[in-house]
Design a protein around this ligand. Structure first.
Ligand code: DAU
Length: 398
């Protein structure tokens, strides 16, 4: 077998050592019959994107591409390549990955929380057996576990269907079985978008009209929650929140992407004409909204969470540039997102008047300054994900 090349990201050959390459090949050869395959291209990707059927078709063309995730290139994970992953495979692999200190299973996220009250379980949301083990005995489940990034959903919608739709279904079945209070964290994007010059805002009565693979799977999950509430009488509430910002946000999102680009000496990237409007809310206010609904909300109801933070993207980017000592035009215009929603705006009257919630971070400028400070001081948290994220964007022309 002649291994032609090993690609990571958009075509840059990696510096895999000979030993790593040998290990990789021997694992692959244990799992596949490569027959008279003449050449093999291995590229970065999700570890479960290959199966025998795909290989059979590719083999017929005398070449194949194998996708692996370079971040999880440990022996144990490689062993799982080549078969369809079972939930057990994923759980074992994740546990070992976590034990090996890999950054995307980030223990820092729970550091400082009371140890006797917090247990981190790394697992697959679609794993019904795992849910059967960990769900009973809890007071409530707050379901934040979604695939959440629009651009990722446009490049590859399948994980969104699985995590957001099937994952919600599994959780709903678990809360139904064990009689547990459930709160469903959703998004304002289920309502579609508003025109830039429209004074209207989304309310709990706005019809669903999602635009992207991501928002359509979130809309589908909301519908499941409503159906399970009405048909099976589960005790559920739903919240639909606007765009979050603050610490610990993945560098794929707009605000952290631009801040970390500047910190990395790269230019920020703006889609389209930069006129799309997002309604920004600090992540702590989102959390306090969820807590308020969980503890005081009426079962069966939906509440919108928003902090009146409408701004267009170019305004936000210029604020970041200025705060970070850059010229206001020191950014690149890049390809627009297909189907790009124009504007989101939340009317959170119900949450404020019925449940008495108010946001604490009402000064966007100071919230943004604190966010910039956090990313400046916490490079170790975001750096491991940065290169791969930018490589993905580059491939998409963004
Ligand atoms: O509205 C709530 C939603 O907000 C959440 O449900 C989603 O999970 C969350 O990702 C966010 O969705 P957006 O698509 O609005 O967020 P994003 O950070 O991807 O983009 C914000 C705006 O900035 C959007 O108009 C696209 C634009 N953008 C984004 C990136 C990453 C750029 O101009 N340049 C960029 O590099």
């Amino acid at each position: 077998l002649n291994v032609k090349s090993f690609y990571m990201g958009g075509g840059t050959p990696t510096t895999l050592t000979a030993d790593q390459m040998d290990r990789l090949l021997s694992k692959l050869e244990q799992n596949f019959d490569f027959g008279n395959l003449a050449e093999l291209t291995i590229e970065a990707g999700r570890p479960d994107t290959i199966d025998e059927e795909k290989l059979r078709v590719l083999r017929a063309h005398n070449t194949t591409r194998v996708s692996i995730n370079p971040q999880t290139m440990e022996d144990n994970v490689l062993a799982a390549i080549g078969r369809r992953h079972t939930a057990d495979d994923i759980r074992r692999a994740m546990e070992q990955v976590r034990a090996a200190g890999f950054p995307h299973v980030n223990m820092d996220l729970i550091a400082g929380l009371p140890e006797d009250r917090v247990e981190l379980v790394v697992g697959d949301i679609c794993d019904a057996d795992l849910l059967d083990r960990i769900v009973p005995g809890h007071d409530a489940i707050v379901h934040y576990a979604a695939e959440s990034h629009n651009d990722n959903s446009i490049a590859d919608p399948e994980p969104f269907l699985r995590t957001n739709v099937e994952g919600t279904f599994r959780l709903l079945e678990a809360v139904r079985k064990y009689g547990i209070r459930y709160h469903h964290v959703s998004t304002d994007e289920v309502y579609g978008d508003l025109a830039l010059d429209d004074p209207a805002k989304f309310t709990e009565h706005t019809p669903y009209h999602p635009s992207s693979p991501y928002s359509s799977t979130k809309a589908a999950s909301d519908m499941l929650v409503r159906a399970w509430t009405r048909t099976y009488g589960i005790h559920a509430t739903i919240s639909n929140c606007s765009n979050n910002y603050g610490p610990f946000q993945h560098v794929e999102k707009f605000i952290p992407r631009q801040i970390t680009n500047i910190l990395d000496g790269q230019r920020p990237k703006l889609y389209g004409k930069g006129l799309n409007v997002r309604d920004w809310i600090h992540t702590e206010d989102h959390s306090s909204g969820v807590w308020t609904i969980l503890t005081k909300g009426r079962v069966g109801e939906t509440y919108l969470i928003g902090a009146d933070g409408e701004r267009n993207n170019i305004t936000v980017l210029r604020m970041i540039l200025k705060m970070m000592g850059q010229a206001e035009d020191a950014f690149d215009w890049v390809k627009d997102r297909p189907g790009h929603d124009r504007r989101y705006a939340i009317d959170s009257t119900r949450l404020r008047t019925e449940l008495g919630w108010t946001p604490r971070h009402t000064d966007f400028e100071s919230g943004l300054a604190q966010t910039i400070e956090w990313y400046t001081e916490n490079r170790a948290w975001w750096e491991p994900a940065k290169a791969a994220t930018e490589e993905r964007y580059k491939r998409q022309g963004q």
